[in-house]
Design a protein around this ligand. Sequence first.
Ligand SMILES: *[C@@H]1O[C@H](CO)[C@@H](O)[C@H](O)[C@H]1NC(C)=O
Ligand SMILES: *[C@@H]1O[C@H](CO)[C@@H](O)[C@H](O)[C@H]1NC(C)=O
Ligand SMILES: *[C@@H]1O[C@H](CO)[C@@H](O)[C@H](O)[C@H]1NC(C)=O
Length: 241
Amino acid sequence: MGVFPLGVLGCCLLFLPVLTLPSDPTLNDDVLGLIVFKADLRDPEDRLGSWNEDDDSPCGWVGVKCDPRTKRVAELALDGFSLSGRIGRGLLRLQSLQTLSLSRNNFSGGFSPELSRLASLRVVDLSENDLSGQIPEGFFAQCRSLRSVSLAGNRLSGEIPPSIGACSTLAALNLSSNQLMGALPSGMWLLNGLRSLDISFNNLSGEVPAGIDKLYNLRTITFRGTSCRGASLRTLEAWHC
Ligand SMILES: *[C@@H]1O[C@H](CO)[C@@H](O)[C@H](O)[C@H]1NC(C)=O
Ligand SMILES: *[C@@H]1O[C@H](CO)[C@@H](O)[C@H](O)[C@H]1NC(C)=O
Ligand SMILES: *[C@@H]1O[C@H](CO)[C@@H](O)[C@H](O)[C@H]1NC(C)=O
């Protein structure tokens, strides 16, 4: 007879902690992350002047777009803002970030391989900056949802990391106009969803290797400054252009 009430009590005790959690414990992580990111930058034109650490929400800041439902930062677009300095780790706090677009600035140094671990990140455009060093191996190895990556127009050197084959969500990859060398890693031919690949204006060696014919979705490949397109690209011959 005592079993039933005890069962009800057990149920309620179990759910009580869940109900009393703060509704949005991470709200200010976005403000903090962006302020930390800004602290690593030089902003000679004061384009980020509206970014105020005392604000409750960053959703009205220049270059910032939030998800209207969650009010979390979904997009950061600071293209052509004349920013320089490092792409700092503050960005790693933006747990709902989907689009990161920092092209046409003067960012230098490298970038954190952990960026690609942001669970919602789909588009990364760091093109036309002054980034240097190797593409971090971990960037592609840990990628969660990346669909489009452009690192074009920087000074990145070394080889394309073999781990790229692990980033199976990639649809577009632009590595043009860097100082990349060596052969294309064979893992690239595991990227079944790849539709566009631009590796022009680097110092890559060798011919387009066997295996490219497995990329059934690939529609555009650009290398040696030449763009090759075709409807049926399953044969290697199609790429001799
Ligand atoms: C880019 O930054 C470097 C220093 O890191 C500086 O020497 C150069 O003048 C900057 N270029 C532009 C276009 O701002
Ligand atoms: C790759 O990026 C460069 C520099 O931003 C751009 O000019 C080029 O059109 C891009 N390639 C593709 C295939 O989109
Ligand atoms: C490009 O590769 C060639 C042959 O491997 C090498 O001799 C040359 O120094 C490289 N150029 C640059 C800018 O790395």
